[in-house]
Design a protein around this ligand. Structure first.
Ligand SMILES: *Cc1c(COP(=O)(O)O)cnc(C)c1O
Length: 361
């Protein structure tokens, strides 16, 4: 079986096993030690001295937390979107009453830092900018270093969806000055779904003090007051926390630079392999993601049938496109516990299936 969707992702055996451990008191010593150890490792992986919170929920919950903890209804927010998840971030801010300006880039391309600079310069009232580091729907990794620089120059708060990049693609949170950065356990972390992780800068805390959007479950202040006791405010996803504890230990043992290099190699195998099959990449190649590869369906090709046949006949699970790309592209996830050979297997299966789904290449 090859589960190669961009999350949930496969989990190593030892991480799987650690989840079968008995429950512990989430207000007791064992859990507080686990939480402290995991948080300390996360600070290394996020490359930050900022607070980091484990939030029980999926990545989208973390995105909502980023918004409601830093903004007030009516606040001007610049949404920089290059795909479906960028639009989701904007939608969350709008839902909570922010006045969102949407700066959209063509799907398959990254955000242009100069265009972001111009957009920010148009309105001095902008309080925050919403970035997607790695747009999973299109397979594009934004140049977040440049985007964040532009946003810092404008003095706005930088909220980042790094759900499908953090831990797999380099993102030095403090160096790039990102204020709230969100990721989720089922993406590049070799862990099951259930925990979103968020880093919160001092500037984000200053915004929090004034932010009036309704919040209760996601309130960072509650998370902070409990983290000091080695707890979370609400019952955490204990089994997922067991997994994340061991997975982060394994990640640091492998070494973050080695992990980034492995994802770069695997991404290249996916891209080269797709091209060798006669297919075209959806993403602008200089910005193609190392965690998910989006491939264009060729003329006359039934992408959904490809995805279905791979599942049914080869136990290879890849993803179709999202939203307007649903029938136009397919996506191979390669984040977390993945090697070049895993992706070669996926490519071999695709090669076998292609002629039966209308591919004439
Ligand atoms: C997966 C993903 C999300 C959504 O995460 P959920 O855990 O499904 O809520 C948001 N943004 C990006 C970039 C993602 O890859």
């Amino acid at each position: 079986m090859q589960l190669r969707i961009p999350g949930p992702t496969p989990i190593p055996e030892d991480v799987l096993r650690t989840q079968s451990r008995q429950m512990v008191d989430h207000r007791g010593k064992e859990f507080s030690t686990l939480l402290q150890n995991t948080t300390a490792r996360l600070k290394q992986i996020f490359q930050t001295k900022n607070d980091i919170f484990l939030l029980t929920g999926s990545g989208t919950g973390g995105m909502e937390a980023a918004v409601v903890n830093t903004l007030s209804p009516g606040d001007r927010v610049l949404s920089v979107s290059i795909g479906s998840f960028g639009n989701r971030f904007a939608g969350i801010a709008e839902q909570f009453g922010a006045s969102v300006e949407r700066l959209q880039f063509e799907w398959g391309t990254p955000a242009d830092p100069d265009a972001v600079r111009r957009a920010l310069a148009k309105d001095s009232a902008f309080k925050a900018v919403l970035f997607t580091h790695n747009e999973t729907s299109t397979g594009v990794t934004n140049d977040l270093a440049s985007l964040a620089r532009v946003a810092r120059e404008a003095g706005v708060l930088i909220l980042v969806d790094a759900i499908s990049s953090l831990g797999s693609i380099d993102l030095p949170v403090d160096k790039w000055g990102c204020d709230v950065v969100v990721t989720a356990s089922q993406k590049g972390w070799m862990a099951p779904p259930g925990i979103a992780m968020a880093s919160v800068s001092e500037k984000a805390w200053a915004a929090h003090a004034k932010a009036k959007m309704p919040r209760f479950y996601w309130d960072f202040a509650k998370a902070k007051s409990f983290v000091e006791k080695g707890q979370t405010p609400w019952t955490p996803a204990v089994s997922t926390a067991y997994a994340l504890d061991l997975a982060t230990e394994k990640m640091l043992a492998e070494g973050m630079n080695n992990i980034f290099a492995r994802h770069a190699r695997v991404g290249k195998v996916a891209r080269d392999g797709a091209k060798a099959l006669g297919l075209a990449l959806f993403a602008a190649e200089a910005y193609a993601s190392n965690t998910v590869t989006a491939v264009k369906g060729a003329e006359g090709m039934d992408v959904k049938k490809l995805v279905r046949t791979l599942r049914e006949e080869h136990q290879v699970y890849i993803a179709a496109g999202q939203d307007k790309l649903e029938e136009k592209i397919f996506r191979i996830g390669h984040l977390g516990w993945v090697t070049e050979d895993d992706i070669r297997e996926v490519l071999s299966a695709i090669k076998v299936v292609l002629p039966g789904v209308g591919f004439k290449g």
